[in-house]
Structure formats: structure tokens, C-alpha cells
Design a protein around this ligand. Structure first.
Ligand SMILES: C[S@@+](CC[C@H](N)C(=O)[O-])C[C@H]1O[C@@H](n2cnc3c(N)ncnc32)[C@H](O)[C@@H]1O
Length: 299
């Protein structure tokens, strides 16, 4: 495996494929195509009668994934499944997928390493780039617009809510005083000066502020809620739902939604506790350290 490929290794790959229970001839939906790591694994198991439907709202990611999946189809030849790619947010899934038509649905939330590592996308404070943070670069407010246009109170509230950042008021004040802000490193510097790293903290002082802005710009939590609400209608009986979260706000929504569904008899929960990466995967792929996988079967 080349170093380039290694950066895009899918998280909890085997576990996701196993819980999805991918069977030849089925219809499976990958709601977060990314670099098509999981999707390629699904496609290889589907056979010529199978159908892979995949969503990504990032046009760049979708085009790269299309090339990757064409390579996989080329390798599979007559055994390649039908592939449908949709360049939309997964909250729109009910407009594209018929009720009770899917055998398995996967969602691997958050940004991909491709998005994170590309400075011009503005997701990372480790490289200097325009403060964009939109997954769908065709529409919506950039993070730069948010930090420059929201008032101090709004900024403090969103950094507190989506970043779980206790020092949000001080950060919001520094942002308002430091405007205009256009780049990732400018924002990271402002935040670090406003709330210097505490001794016991292992993360960069701007980590939570960046997480908050990313979630807000992409309405990530609303997207997850909409998907989890739609999923039971789209799945066939005994079909599987697999979701992978990377922080507590995402995981809480998944946990509560599945628990509520189980109480109503919609889901049988297959993961009493969330599945996490083993030590070997964590050593190989640092992103897997915070991953939590939950799976359920439609009743
Ligand atoms: C963590 S990556 C997925 C990686 C993928 N499983 C793989 O193996 O390469 C998440 C991807 O989902 C996309 N995404 C995130 N939220 C989305 C949403 N609400 N609708 C559609 N795509 C979304 C992002 O643009 C990103 O490319």
C-alpha cells in the first residue's frame, strides 16, 4: 500500500462490512462515500445483480470516488454491480431511494482525510488556508462568513454547543475583536492567544472551535437526525443500519435514536456497546481512535 492510499484507509472496515451483512444481489447504500473505501468493499461483494447507491455532497470527493469505483468495476468485469452516485446531502435520501428497497445502509460521519488534509478546504488549523469548511462547495455559508458576520453572543453559543467548549465566551470576544478573519491559521492563532493550552490538555486550544464551526457550517447534526429518521422507511425487514461516529455529539444522536427505535420495535440493536477500533488499527490509523460503530437490524 502506498503512503497516499494509507492516509485514506477506511475506519472499522471489516466490522462495517460484517455488520452490514453484505450479500450478493442486494441493494446497499453508502451515505458517506468519501474515498470509496467502504463502498469498494461493498461493491466487491455484491456481484452483477447487486446495486450500490452512494451519496456525497462534496463534488470533488464524488468525482475521485467515481474514478476509484470505475477501477474496482474494471477489476470485477462481468461481476461488477450497478453503481449509482448521488452528489447530494444524505438528508435528501428519501427523494432518491424507494421505501423498503435497501438491504443495508452505512454512514461514516464527518470529514474525510482528503478534505481535512487539503489546506484550501479550510478544515484544519495545522495548515494555512481560506476558512471555508463547506463539504458542499457549491452552496452555503463559509466558516469565514460565520466568524465575520455572526454577533459575539451567537458565536459564543455555537462554539459552546457544537464544540463543547467551556471557554466559548472568551473565544467569541477574541474573534469579534480580531475581525476580519479569512484564514485557518489566523483563527487558530486568535483562539490560542485567547485561551492558551492548559497543562493537562492534549489537544490544540483551537480544536473545539474548529469542530464547532465545521458542524455549524455543514448542519451536521441535523443531517444525522434526518438520516436516522428516514432509515427505517428505506430498509427492508431484517436489513441493517451501520453508523460510525467520531465525537460525542454525533454518537449521542445515534445512540438515542436507535434506543428510541428499539423501544418502538423498529430496531433490534446489534451493538450493546459501540464497537471501537482495536490497538492495531489505532496504531495504523490515528483517526480510528475516536471512532464508534453502532449497528441495528430493521424489525
Ligand atoms: C469520513 S468520510 C467517509 C469515508 C468513506 N467511508 C471511505 O471509506 O472513504 C465522510 C464523507 O461523507 C461526506 N458527508 C458528510 N456528511 C454528509 C452529508 N450530510 N451528506 C452527504 N455527504 C456527507 C463528506 O463529504 C465525506 O466525503
Amino acid at each position: 500500500m502506498t503512503a497516499e492510499n494509507q492516509r485514506h484507509v477506511p475506519v472499522l472496515f471489516q466490522e462495517a462490512i460484517d455488520f452490514l451483512n453484505v450479500r450478493a444481489g442486494g441493494t446497499y447504500c453508502d451515505c458517506t462515500l468519501g474515498m470509496a473505501g467502504h463502498a469498494a468493499g461493498i461493491a466487491r461483494r455484491l456481484g452483477a445483480e447487486g446495486h450500490l447507491i452512494a451519496f456525497d455532497r462534496d463534488p470533488e470527493a464524488l468525482e475521485l470516488a467515481r474514478v476509484r469505483l470505475e477501477q474496482v468495476s474494471g477489476e470485477l468485469g462481468s461481476q461488477a454491480p450497478r453503481v449509482t452516485l448521488i452528489n447530494e446531502a444524505f438528508s435528501t435520501i428519501s427523494s432518491y431511494v424507494k421505501p423498503a428497497s435497501v438491504d443495508g445502509l452505512l454512514a461514516d460521519f464527518g470529514v474525510s482525510s482528503l478534505q481535512f488534509d487539503e489546506a484550501r478546504r479550510g478544515f484544519s488549523f495545522q495548515a494555512s488556508g481560506f476558512l471555508d469548511m463547506r463539504m458542499d462547495t457549491r452552496q452555503g455559508q463559509t466558516a469565514a462568513q460565520v466568524v465575520n458576520e455572526a454577533n459575539e453572543r451567537e458565536l459564543a453559543d455555537l462554539i459552546y454547543e457544537y464544540g463543547e467548549e467551556r471557554r466559548s465566551r472568551r473565544i467569541a470576544r477574541a474573534i469579534v475583536r480580531g475581525r476580519p478573519i479569512t484564514t485557518t491559521d489566523q483563527l487558530a492563532r486568535l483562539v490560542s492567544q485567547a485561551v492558551p493550552a492548559m497543562k493537562q490538555e492534549r489537544i490544540h486550544p483551537a480544536t473545539r472551535t474548529f469542530q464547532a464551526l465545521r458542524i455549524f457550517v455543514n448542519r451536521e447534526l441535523d443531517e444525522i437526525k434526518a438520516l436516522l429518521e428516514a432509515a427505517p422507511r428505506l430498509l427492508k425487514p431484517s436489513a441493517r443500519l451501520v453508523v460510525i461516529s467520531f465525537h460525542s455529539l454525533e454518537d449521542r444522536i445515534a445512540k438515542d435514536s436507535l434506543r428510541e427505535g428499539a423501544q418502538k420495535g423498529t430496531w433490534e440493536i446489534l451493538t450493546r456497546k459501540p464497537v471501537t477500533a482495536g490497538e492495531e488499527e489505532m496504531a495504523r490509523n490515528p483517526r480510528s481512535r475516536s471512532a464508534k460503530l453502532r449497528a441495528a437490524e430493521k424489525q
